[in-house]
Design a protein around this ligand. Structure first.
Ligand SMILES: Cc1cc2nc3c(=O)[nH]c(=O)nc-3n(C[C@H](O)[C@H](O)[C@H](O)COP(=O)(O)O)c2cc1C
Length: 375
């Protein structure tokens, strides 16, 4: 039997993902001062034990005000590198590629944890820090959200430099893969969309002007990130507010490909705060058509994400040529052993050989014990 594509290694520049199963970035609000701690090690470490080929950390801010919440991870200070090293070491030791996502929240920063009180921090703050947010224009993400300070051209140059510096720290920590968060209405997405970007300088106006800062940030990361390591960018393929559409994403993806981005991670939405108007009706694999369009029309590798639940569904996406990698978010929270379970669903690991041997040997023995037993 031919090995499923999901479990075929993927070479990206000088590194090879052992399979196409990826843990999507998921913020946990458990950091202090942006440092990785025991929680992150156990939370992400279990996905490496579950044999995901690439394990992403949550979004790591490039400066303190670029966090979404006070509890986000960071890569804004050299003093944070050591804490990341321990996590990276463990992920790699268990066979996964260690990946991180770098971000700036822009006008959508200074929020509480989503399960405390969705939205932005009010004056009461609930014990969480509140800070003045910044963005492309003086436009709040939604009613009741903070009006951001407008970043001037010098601020933008400074942020471009900070994206590059964060990439250098990610490299120093040992990460194999870096992703820029350009989606979900955070700073770079705010610059891309004409709904949030009303500037009339070189960073606003037509699509080329609105892409200028995100492309400069991507260039700074590519130049700071070793040539043998792959770079991804997550995009909102459509912004959900009618300002940025798939055609724009294809143009953006072509420009990103030119400057050395390897994979476009195709998400969507999020521009206007916690809008209930979803850009795409939720269905299984609802964002896969974006990954397929970008892959075909921009000629670049893509990662599909969003309500991908099991091995056969993931395999069908890869077989159709719609994406090269499959990112799993909430289903990995539900089942940290998603990857090895997917392999069993696809019939390529009936003897638990893909599992870490400390588990697999026993589970295979137990499988034989269970033959013929009834409850
Ligand atoms: C708890 C949680 C935290 C998230 N944090 C991030 C994040 O830090 N960066 C990001 O790009 N997406 C984030 N997302 C979005 C996920 O990466 C993913 O795109 C989304 O959940 C859809 O995939 P799913 O249906 O497999 O969960 C988060 C999602 C969840 C559930």
């Amino acid at each position: 039997m031919q090995k499923p594509l999901l479990f075929t290694p993927l070479k990206l520049r000088g590194v090879t993902a052992p399979n196409r199963c990826v843990v999507s970035p998921m913020v946990q609000y458990r950091a202090s001062d942006g440092l990785v701690n025991d929680y992150h090690l156990v939370h992400l470490g279990k996905f490496a034990l579950g044999k995901f080929g690439i394990v992403f950390t949550e979004n790591c801010a490039i400066e303190p005000r670029g966090r979404v919440t006070q509890g986000d991870l960071g890569l804004w200070d050299d003093g944070q590198i050591e804490s990341h090293k321990r996590l990276v070491r463990f992920l790699k030791q268990e066979g996964a590629l260690a990946a991180t996502q770098i971000t700036h929240s822009g006008r959508k920063g200074s929020t509480p944890r989503s399960f405390d009180k969705p939205g932005q921090l009010g004056p009461e703050g609930a014990g969480w820090q509140k800070w003045q947010v910044a963005g492309p224009s003086e436009l709040a993400a939604a009613d009741g959200w903070m009006v951001p300070r407008q970043l001037d051209a010098t601020d933008v140059d400074d942020l471009v430099r900070k994206f590059g510096e964060a990439a250098k720290r990610a490299d120093a920590a040992g990460y194999d893969v870096i992703e820029i968060h350009g989606a979900h209405g955070y700073l770079l997405a705010q610059f891309l969309s004409p709904i949030s970007n009303k500037r009339n300088d070189q960073y606003g106006g037509d699509r080329a002007g609105r892409m200028r800062f995100p492309l400069a940030a991507a260039r700074a990361v590519r130049e700071s990130w070793p040539a043998h390591k792959p770079m991804f960018i997550r995009v909102s393929s459509v912004d959900g507010a009618g300002g940025w559409e798939v055609e724009d994403t294809v143009v953006f993806a072509k420009a990103l490909k030119e400057l050395g981005v390897d994979v476009i991670d195709c998400s969507s939405g999020g521009l206007t705060g916690l809008s209930t108007a979803l850009p795409v009706k939720r269905s299984l694999g609802f964002q896969v058509p974006f990954a397929a369009a970008v892959k075909r029309e921009a000629g670049i590798s893509t990662m599909a994400v969003g309500l991908i639940l099991d091995g056969p569904q993931a395999e069908a996406i890869l077989q159709a040529g719609d994406a090269d990698l499959i990112a799993i978010g909430r289903q990995a929270l539900y089942d940290p052993f998603w990857a090895v379970h997917a392999a069993q669903e696809l019939g390529c690991d009936s003897d638990f050989e893909m599992w870490t041997p400390e588990y697999g040997w026993w589970l295979d023995k137990r499988k034989n014990n269970l033959v013929g037993l009834k409850k």
